[in-house]
Design a protein around this ligand. Structure first.
Ligand code: ZN
Length: 303
Protein backbone atom coordinates (compact mmCIF):
# COMPACT_ATOMS: atom_id res chain seq x y z
CA UNK A 1 0.00 0.00 0.00
CA UNK A 2 2.96 2.27 0.37
CA UNK A 3 4.27 1.88 -3.11
CA UNK A 4 1.47 3.86 -4.71
CA UNK A 5 3.01 7.19 -3.94
CA UNK A 6 6.11 6.14 -5.76
CA UNK A 7 3.95 5.70 -8.79
CA UNK A 8 2.24 8.99 -8.11
CA UNK A 9 5.55 10.71 -8.20
CA UNK A 10 6.43 9.07 -11.48
CA UNK A 11 3.41 10.67 -13.00
CA UNK A 12 3.83 13.93 -11.26
CA UNK A 13 7.27 14.11 -12.68
CA UNK A 14 5.95 13.20 -16.06
CA UNK A 15 3.93 16.36 -15.95
CA UNK A 16 0.64 14.55 -15.90
CA UNK A 17 -0.33 15.74 -12.45
CA UNK A 18 0.08 19.00 -10.74
CA UNK A 19 -1.41 19.87 -7.40
CA UNK A 20 -1.94 16.46 -5.98
CA UNK A 21 -0.04 14.92 -3.16
CA UNK A 22 -0.31 11.54 -1.58
CA UNK A 23 -2.08 11.22 1.72
CA UNK A 24 0.10 11.95 4.70
CA UNK A 25 0.41 8.29 5.54
CA UNK A 26 1.87 7.50 2.17
CA UNK A 27 4.20 10.37 1.66
CA UNK A 28 7.21 8.92 3.38
CA UNK A 29 7.06 5.59 1.70
CA UNK A 30 9.08 4.24 -1.14
CA UNK A 31 11.03 7.26 -2.03
CA UNK A 32 14.14 5.17 -2.16
CA UNK A 33 14.21 4.80 -5.91
CA UNK A 34 12.96 8.05 -7.36
CA UNK A 35 11.91 7.92 -10.98
CA UNK A 36 13.79 9.72 -13.66
CA UNK A 37 11.82 12.79 -14.70
CA UNK A 38 10.61 12.79 -18.23
CA UNK A 39 9.41 15.65 -20.30
CA UNK A 40 5.99 16.87 -19.17
CA UNK A 41 4.64 17.27 -22.66
CA UNK A 42 5.21 13.64 -23.56
CA UNK A 43 1.92 12.18 -22.44
CA UNK A 44 -0.34 15.18 -22.24
CA UNK A 45 -0.79 15.14 -25.98
CA UNK A 46 -2.87 12.00 -25.59
CA UNK A 47 -5.49 13.86 -23.66
CA UNK A 48 -8.32 15.02 -25.89
CA UNK A 49 -9.10 18.67 -25.80
CA UNK A 50 -12.55 19.73 -24.75
CA UNK A 51 -14.39 22.63 -26.32
CA UNK A 52 -13.84 25.95 -24.59
CA UNK A 53 -16.15 26.67 -21.68
CA UNK A 54 -19.36 28.53 -22.22
CA UNK A 55 -19.43 32.12 -21.07
CA UNK A 56 -21.11 32.82 -17.80
CA UNK A 57 -24.63 33.98 -18.32
CA UNK A 58 -26.12 33.35 -14.94
CA UNK A 59 -24.73 35.39 -12.11
CA UNK A 60 -26.74 34.44 -9.07
CA UNK A 61 -25.45 35.75 -5.82
CA UNK A 62 -24.93 32.86 -3.41
CA UNK A 63 -26.13 34.91 -0.50
CA UNK A 64 -28.42 37.80 -0.11
CA UNK A 65 -28.04 40.52 2.43
CA UNK A 66 -31.18 40.94 4.47
CA UNK A 67 -32.57 44.41 4.69
CA UNK A 68 -32.51 45.93 8.13
CA UNK A 69 -35.84 45.77 9.86
CA UNK A 70 -37.42 49.11 10.51
CA UNK A 71 -38.10 49.71 14.18
CA UNK A 72 -40.45 52.32 15.51
CA UNK A 73 -38.63 54.39 18.08
CA UNK A 74 -41.20 57.04 18.84
CA UNK A 75 -38.87 59.80 17.78
CA UNK A 76 -38.40 61.55 14.51
CA UNK A 77 -34.68 61.05 14.48
CA UNK A 78 -33.46 59.77 11.18
CA UNK A 79 -30.53 57.46 11.41
CA UNK A 80 -28.47 57.47 8.25
CA UNK A 81 -27.96 54.03 6.81
CA UNK A 82 -24.38 52.87 6.46
CA UNK A 83 -22.80 53.84 3.20
CA UNK A 84 -22.19 50.89 0.89
CA UNK A 85 -18.43 51.02 1.15
CA UNK A 86 -16.47 48.03 0.04
CA UNK A 87 -15.32 45.64 2.72
CA UNK A 88 -11.64 46.25 3.36
CA UNK A 89 -9.49 43.35 2.39
CA UNK A 90 -6.08 42.29 3.56
CA UNK A 91 -3.29 40.23 2.06
CA UNK A 92 -4.18 36.68 1.12
CA UNK A 93 -1.49 35.45 3.48
CA UNK A 94 -3.73 36.69 6.29
CA UNK A 95 -6.98 35.43 4.82
CA UNK A 96 -8.95 33.30 7.22
CA UNK A 97 -12.28 32.82 5.48
CA UNK A 98 -15.50 31.77 7.05
CA UNK A 99 -16.39 28.16 6.54
CA UNK A 100 -18.14 29.07 3.32
CA UNK A 101 -18.52 26.48 0.61
CA UNK A 102 -17.55 28.99 -2.07
CA UNK A 103 -14.18 30.26 -0.89
CA UNK A 104 -11.90 31.07 -3.80
CA UNK A 105 -8.53 29.34 -3.58
CA UNK A 106 -5.96 29.66 -6.34
CA UNK A 107 -2.26 30.31 -6.62
CA UNK A 108 -3.13 33.99 -6.82
CA UNK A 109 -5.58 33.96 -3.94
CA UNK A 110 -4.21 31.56 -1.35
CA UNK A 111 -5.33 30.95 2.23
CA UNK A 112 -3.62 31.94 5.44
CA UNK A 113 -1.55 29.42 7.29
CA UNK A 114 -3.95 30.09 10.16
CA UNK A 115 -7.04 28.82 8.39
CA UNK A 116 -8.31 25.48 9.60
CA UNK A 117 -11.93 24.49 9.01
CA UNK A 118 -13.94 24.39 12.18
CA UNK A 119 -15.85 21.17 11.65
CA UNK A 120 -13.43 18.54 10.46
CA UNK A 121 -14.38 14.93 11.01
CA UNK A 122 -12.45 11.74 10.39
CA UNK A 123 -14.09 9.71 7.65
CA UNK A 124 -12.70 6.29 8.49
CA UNK A 125 -15.68 5.30 10.68
CA UNK A 126 -18.13 6.14 7.93
CA UNK A 127 -16.70 4.13 5.05
CA UNK A 128 -15.55 0.57 4.52
CA UNK A 129 -11.83 0.02 4.33
CA UNK A 130 -12.22 -0.72 0.64
CA UNK A 131 -13.24 2.90 0.08
CA UNK A 132 -10.72 4.75 2.24
CA UNK A 133 -7.88 2.26 1.78
CA UNK A 134 -7.17 2.98 5.41
CA UNK A 135 -5.94 6.52 4.89
CA UNK A 136 -6.90 8.66 7.92
CA UNK A 137 -8.56 11.40 5.93
CA UNK A 138 -10.76 14.16 7.33
CA UNK A 139 -13.40 16.28 5.65
CA UNK A 140 -15.70 19.00 6.89
CA UNK A 141 -18.86 17.81 8.57
CA UNK A 142 -20.94 19.69 6.02
CA UNK A 143 -19.80 17.42 3.21
CA UNK A 144 -19.67 14.13 5.06
CA UNK A 145 -23.20 13.02 4.22
CA UNK A 146 -22.96 14.15 0.58
CA UNK A 147 -19.73 12.18 0.33
CA UNK A 148 -21.36 9.09 1.78
CA UNK A 149 -24.28 9.52 -0.57
CA UNK A 150 -22.20 9.90 -3.72
CA UNK A 151 -20.03 6.91 -2.85
CA UNK A 152 -23.10 4.78 -2.19
CA UNK A 153 -24.61 5.92 -5.47
CA UNK A 154 -21.50 4.86 -7.31
CA UNK A 155 -21.47 1.53 -5.52
CA UNK A 156 -25.13 1.02 -6.44
CA UNK A 157 -24.10 1.43 -10.05
CA UNK A 158 -21.53 -1.34 -9.66
CA UNK A 159 -18.51 0.91 -9.18
CA UNK A 160 -15.80 0.77 -6.51
CA UNK A 161 -14.54 4.29 -5.85
CA UNK A 162 -11.72 5.09 -3.45
CA UNK A 163 -11.40 8.23 -1.36
CA UNK A 164 -7.68 8.78 -1.37
CA UNK A 165 -7.28 12.25 0.07
CA UNK A 166 -9.41 14.85 1.83
CA UNK A 167 -8.41 17.68 4.16
CA UNK A 168 -4.77 18.68 4.09
CA UNK A 169 -3.50 21.31 6.51
CA UNK A 170 -1.29 24.23 5.54
CA UNK A 171 1.58 22.75 7.53
CA UNK A 172 1.18 19.32 5.96
CA UNK A 173 1.24 20.97 2.55
CA UNK A 174 4.31 22.98 3.53
CA UNK A 175 6.16 19.86 4.66
CA UNK A 176 5.29 18.05 1.45
CA UNK A 177 6.28 21.02 -0.65
CA UNK A 178 9.61 21.36 1.12
CA UNK A 179 10.33 17.70 0.66
CA UNK A 180 9.74 17.76 -3.05
CA UNK A 181 11.48 21.07 -3.54
CA UNK A 182 14.65 19.64 -2.08
CA UNK A 183 14.41 16.54 -4.24
CA UNK A 184 13.29 17.99 -7.53
CA UNK A 185 13.52 21.78 -7.48
CA UNK A 186 12.90 22.11 -11.19
CA UNK A 187 9.70 20.12 -10.99
CA UNK A 188 8.29 21.17 -7.67
CA UNK A 189 5.54 23.36 -9.10
CA UNK A 190 4.13 20.40 -10.95
CA UNK A 191 4.64 18.01 -8.09
CA UNK A 192 3.37 19.96 -5.13
CA UNK A 193 1.05 22.88 -4.53
CA UNK A 194 2.36 25.93 -2.73
CA UNK A 195 1.08 25.94 0.87
CA UNK A 196 -2.14 27.90 1.07
CA UNK A 197 -3.04 27.34 -2.57
CA UNK A 198 -4.54 23.87 -2.25
CA UNK A 199 -8.30 23.44 -2.08
CA UNK A 200 -7.63 20.50 0.18
CA UNK A 201 -7.02 23.02 2.98
CA UNK A 202 -10.73 23.85 2.81
CA UNK A 203 -11.72 20.37 3.94
CA UNK A 204 -14.40 20.20 1.25
CA UNK A 205 -12.30 18.58 -1.45
CA UNK A 206 -11.52 14.94 -2.04
CA UNK A 207 -9.45 12.95 -4.49
CA UNK A 208 -11.21 9.87 -5.82
CA UNK A 209 -9.52 6.75 -7.06
CA UNK A 210 -10.47 3.78 -9.20
CA UNK A 211 -9.46 0.13 -9.09
CA UNK A 212 -9.37 0.20 -12.89
CA UNK A 213 -6.57 2.72 -13.06
CA UNK A 214 -3.59 0.33 -12.74
CA UNK A 215 -4.70 -1.72 -15.73
CA UNK A 216 -5.43 1.33 -17.85
CA UNK A 217 -2.12 2.97 -17.05
CA UNK A 218 -0.13 -0.25 -16.95
CA UNK A 219 1.32 0.54 -13.54
CA UNK A 220 0.26 -1.84 -10.75
CA UNK A 221 0.32 0.63 -7.87
CA UNK A 222 -0.82 3.78 -9.56
CA UNK A 223 -3.37 5.89 -7.70
CA UNK A 224 -3.36 9.22 -9.51
CA UNK A 225 -3.14 9.59 -13.26
CA UNK A 226 -4.79 11.70 -15.89
CA UNK A 227 -6.28 8.49 -17.28
CA UNK A 228 -8.63 8.44 -14.32
CA UNK A 229 -11.04 10.08 -16.73
CA UNK A 230 -11.16 6.78 -18.64
CA UNK A 231 -12.08 4.66 -15.63
CA UNK A 232 -15.72 3.86 -14.98
CA UNK A 233 -15.49 5.83 -11.73
CA UNK A 234 -14.04 8.83 -13.55
CA UNK A 235 -16.68 8.67 -16.27
CA UNK A 236 -19.46 8.40 -13.71
CA UNK A 237 -18.16 11.33 -11.68
CA UNK A 238 -17.82 13.53 -14.72
CA UNK A 239 -21.43 12.80 -15.59
CA UNK A 240 -23.11 12.70 -12.19
CA UNK A 241 -20.98 14.42 -9.53
CA UNK A 242 -22.94 17.67 -9.79
CA UNK A 243 -26.14 15.84 -8.86
CA UNK A 244 -24.56 15.27 -5.45
CA UNK A 245 -23.08 18.75 -5.09
CA UNK A 246 -19.55 18.06 -6.32
CA UNK A 247 -17.66 19.94 -9.00
CA UNK A 248 -14.47 19.17 -10.87
CA UNK A 249 -12.03 21.90 -9.86
CA UNK A 250 -9.35 21.46 -12.50
CA UNK A 251 -10.70 20.37 -15.88
CA UNK A 252 -8.56 20.21 -18.98
CA UNK A 253 -7.03 23.38 -20.26
CA UNK A 254 -7.72 25.53 -17.21
CA UNK A 255 -4.12 25.79 -16.03
CA UNK A 256 -3.93 29.51 -16.64
CA UNK A 257 -7.08 30.16 -14.67
CA UNK A 258 -6.72 27.70 -11.82
CA UNK A 259 -2.97 27.25 -11.62
CA UNK A 260 -3.39 23.50 -11.83
CA UNK A 261 -3.10 20.93 -14.56
CA UNK A 262 -5.97 18.59 -15.39
CA UNK A 263 -6.95 16.60 -12.30
CA UNK A 264 -9.93 14.42 -13.21
CA UNK A 265 -9.95 12.88 -9.70
CA UNK A 266 -10.15 16.13 -7.70
CA UNK A 267 -13.71 17.07 -6.70
CA UNK A 268 -14.89 19.85 -4.44
CA UNK A 269 -18.22 19.97 -2.63
CA UNK A 270 -20.10 23.20 -3.35
CA UNK A 271 -23.73 22.10 -2.95
CA UNK A 272 -26.11 20.74 -5.55
CA UNK A 273 -27.39 24.10 -6.78
CA UNK A 274 -23.97 25.59 -7.45
CA UNK A 275 -22.51 22.37 -8.84
CA UNK A 276 -25.42 22.01 -11.22
CA UNK A 277 -25.13 25.59 -12.40
CA UNK A 278 -21.40 25.16 -13.03
CA UNK A 279 -22.03 21.93 -14.92
CA UNK A 280 -24.70 23.51 -17.08
CA UNK A 281 -22.52 26.52 -17.81
CA UNK A 282 -19.45 24.39 -18.43
CA UNK A 283 -17.30 26.50 -16.12
CA UNK A 284 -15.27 25.96 -12.98
CA UNK A 285 -16.02 27.40 -9.58
CA UNK A 286 -12.82 29.43 -9.89
CA UNK A 287 -14.00 31.03 -13.12
CA UNK A 288 -17.42 31.72 -11.68
CA UNK A 289 -16.04 33.36 -8.54
CA UNK A 290 -13.49 35.45 -10.42
CA UNK A 291 -16.15 36.74 -12.79
CA UNK A 292 -18.90 37.42 -10.28
CA UNK A 293 -17.35 38.13 -6.89
CA UNK A 294 -15.01 40.83 -5.62
CA UNK A 295 -11.50 39.60 -5.01
CA UNK A 296 -11.29 38.13 -1.51
CA UNK A 297 -7.81 39.33 -0.63
CA UNK A 298 -4.76 41.13 -1.91
CA UNK A 299 -2.72 38.67 -3.96
CA UNK A 300 0.79 37.97 -2.89
CA UNK A 301 3.56 37.57 -5.43
CA UNK A 302 4.53 34.00 -6.05
CA UNK A 303 7.93 33.02 -4.72
ZN1 ZN B 1 -6.78 16.88 -5.01
Amino acid sequence: MLRPFFAICVLLLAGLLSGCQAPAGAQAANATTPPAPTTPAAATTEVPTLPPPQPVTATPSPTSTPSPTATATGTATITPSPSPTATPIGPCTERVPTDDLLTLVTRTYPLSRNYTPGDLVAILPYFPMGVTLGYPTEVRQVMLQPLITIVEAMQSDGLAPFIISGYRSYSAQAIARQKWESKYPAWVDQISAIPGTSEHQLGTTVDFGSPELPDIVGEPDIQFHTYFYMTREGIWLEEHAHEYGFTLSYPRDTLELTGFYYEPWHYRYVGVEMATMLKEQGITLTQYLLETQPIPCIPTPEP
